[in-house]
Design a protein around this ligand. Sequence first.
Ligand SMILES: *Cc1c(COP(=O)(O)O)cnc(C)c1O
Length: 364
Amino acid sequence: MNVPFLDLRSVNERFRPELDAAAKRVLDSGWYLLGKEDEAFERAFADYCGTAHCIGCANGMDALTLIVRAMGIGPGDEVIVPSSTYIASILAVSANGATPVLVEPSEETLLMDPERVEAAVTSRTKAVMVVHLYGRVTPMARIWDVAERHGLKVIEDCAQAHGACYRGGKAGNLSDAAGFSFYPGKNLGCLGDGGCVTTSDGALAERIRALRNYGSQKKYHNLCKGWNSRLDELQAAFLSAKLPHLDADNAYRRRIAMRYLEGIRNPSVTLPHPPDDPAENVWHIFPILCERRDALQAYLAEQGIQTLIHYPIPPHRQEAYKEWADRSYPISEKIHAQELSLPIGPTLGEEAVGRVIDAINAFR
Ligand SMILES: *Cc1c(COP(=O)(O)O)cnc(C)c1O
């Protein structure tokens, strides 16, 4: 028996009748962009997150880019972002001509360390973008405090945290505006590209609504230089079909994570530190650290267990950011050198989880 990292076909097969019905609805309607399906999903997802507004868009990177643009952040401005993240968070700042300022993670949470944020604030700082990486919510209290004292906006990158909570609030409702991705492999994924912004700021929501549609609110009346970033009706309909199952899928991911946390015993493996409140983590990724990461990955592959690395190269070591090549972010570098993502997902069987645990425990 092979253990795939994530079997997307089986993930979506569970909802085949609902997805078929959704596709039929859109085909029958003859309306493919910015219609009833987009509106219905936006309403449902805003309600799910607890925000006043949700604006569908083409993907997660666009969601973040639109937020930064709508906040009026551009050349000469700085945005604080984690040094350890998927590069899209940082690209969204660069895409607006603003300067990303990298802050190291905490070794315990692997998320941007709130204690290091204030030291990165300058007179040019306009916003702090937290990334709830691997499905875990950044401890927000200290972030809110720093942002308030320095008059900064807070942005959440929720691409890996659909349904995660912090002190009773949902990810997506813990900041001025949040960007979500519905890339197929995310905890809530469509069958193609998709994304959205959640916010309770009505004026910001209006601007983003216009920006995603060529800068127009009324057809052929362009208020600003926008772009084209829409969530199509087909993807919105698929997402509406899948959203009611998100909490159950997240609960199942937590069960797998608990089994890994309790079952894996190997001195060369460091397990993720579980949050005090289980609701804070939806385990998009189950990240372990291992100094002999590449050997462990090869050993697991030999036994048919597929793992991935999130991510092999830190953003400041990417060719795209060669201007940062001489900088050093040792905690990020360590995470990128040692991280290994174990299989996790709503259709990973109990037996497969047991096999992963046994294989890791036997690794020498
Ligand atoms: C997936 C992801 C994105 C980008 O989402 P897309 O829909 O692929 O553009 C941004 N940030 C993080 C942390 C992600 O994991």
